[in-house]
Design a binder for this molecule. Structure first.
Ligand SMILES: [Zn+2]
Length: 97
């Protein structure tokens, strides 16, 4: 068992819990983040999962533009690399902010 730091309140808690006992923020898993990135990269669904709501909305809007989909494709690849780097962390928990 290892401890992880809550991205919302900063409190440390066991990685076996599915959410923070203090604020209730759900633990984010790298596997789910990567799957969302691979399947729905044009819509930025993985960014909503990683609590980057504004960037997720921006990605959706940008994909609807003519040249924007090229930019969101690059972002999808960059986010994929970020997600893969998180695999080194304990229990594959996504902590990238
Ligand atoms: Zn918390």
């Amino acid at each position: 068992m290892t401890t992880i730091k809550c991205p919302e309140c900063g409190r440390k808690y066991s990685d076996e819990l599915r959410s923070c006992p203090k604020c209730g923020a759900k633990t984010k898993y790298v596997v789910i983040y990567l799957l969302l990135d691979l399947l729905f990269w044009p819509f930025g669904i993985h960014r909503f999962y990683a609590r980057k709501t504004c960037m997720g909305i921006f990605t959706c809007v940008l994909t609807c533009t003519y040249y924007g989909i090229a930019i969101t494709a690059i972002w999808g690849i960059v986010d994929l690399i970020k997600g893969i780097r998180n695999f080194k962390k304990p229990n594959n928990i996504f902590t990238e902010q």
